[in-house]
Design a protein around this ligand. Sequence first.
Ligand code: GLC
Length: 497
Amino acid sequence: MGKVAVAASVVCTAAVCAAAVLVARQQMKGSGKWAKAEAILRELEDECWASTSKLRQVADAMAEEMHAGLASDGGSKLKMLISYIDKLPKGDENGVFYALDLGGTNFRVMRVQLGGKEGVINKESDQVSIPPHLMVGSSHELFDFIAAALAKFIAKEGEDFNLPHGRKRELGFTFSFPVRQLSLASGTLIKWTKGFFIEDAVGQDIVEELKKAMERVGLDMSVTALINDTVGTLARGKYNNPNVIAAVILGTGTNAAYVEKIHAIPKWQGPTPKSGETVINMEWGSFRSSHLPLTEYDQSLDSESLNPGEQIFEKIISGMYLGEIVRRVLYRMAKEASFFGDTIPPNLKIPFILRTPVVSAMHHDISPDLKVVGSKLNDILEVPDSSLEMRKTIVEICDIVASRGARLAAAGIVGILKKLGRDPVKEGEKQQRSVIALDGGLFEHYTKFRNCLESALKELLGEAADNIVVELSNDGSGIGAALLAASHSQYLQVQES
Ligand code: GLC
């Protein structure tokens, strides 16, 4: 488990980043197209720069919006959605449970065998990529596709997984989009994010849609819990470490969830659960504030997106968008500074052609001649003859864009700590140890992004950051969903009563 104390010797400080920028810049030629490219680069750097004081303002604004979103529906851009999860797994769950995980370009079905104190004894899963036309088609088609994959998975099962007579298979359904929950196992879709846009599903009860599709393929399973991936990650994290108080996803999209006291939720309706707590899915991707450092590239990306004016925090932080921001900067350089020569490489005009894993690979290139950058430019943009100066400039753009995202994500985490009164700067000596479970490819695989996030947390929290731990919590959207199905199992309730 990649456990990282924030206070550890993380060296990617703002000063180091700035020095790298300076060196690259000195190596650039001072005339003609380079002068124009340099001007565009400097402007980008200035506009993206999130100073410590700006990050503090973002953290304060996040904490304020959290209060407002809890007070009333529509009280804030932050939805602060109630999950109705009141029993996070304790680590003694037993039995076989299933998870369905829908939230990005891939869809997964999983079976998890829990062995009480022994933890997860076995897990098996199938992954299917979602054909792009289903991401913008009809609800019926998407759910039929999901139910068919689930039925296929179950059909392959051996006798080992036969359940006692009268007992149904139980499923945790991770649906990683904003859902207003009506109960633990029902909820209506508020809107799509991350490039999905299936109009007839908005406002529908997602679990009902799934159940109808399961019926169509003759599958008889119970949907025990409908959850967000952040909620699954929180459950998964807490299963391993009781000090986990919040979870953050940094992947295709970005979002956070945390444990909140019922009495701190003015908009809470219904009986108070025994624990007096529930998990809140913040939908922090929709956060926006005048303190966010936004650029013309962000504005055009947003206005040309499927959801203009929405998910602004997500659009400057998450994996779906970082590559596209870099592409937009390069496009302007190509147009106004003839950065790639007299013509604009045709592929550079294609939205989303630069994926974030490519940005990460270029950003981490440590070869003297930036070989990786050269080959990506050749393979993706069909630019065969890039100079070293061009490559250095591109690495710098990646650094500016990724650092802004990482630093803002850190500010978001500090906002949650503030809301929970766990802001160590304030608490001084008495602070509790707080663990934040993180998941998502951006955090897991983009090392510079992760280092930058950790150093920004240290920058914001100072010495007291020793008690804030950021921990990779893998596969919350799969295992976490199965764990929540287990901790809320209908058969458990029968046994308990
Ligand atoms: C988007 C979704 C949110 C999800 C996040 C990470 O922001 O709206 O529900 O948690 O992506 O997958």
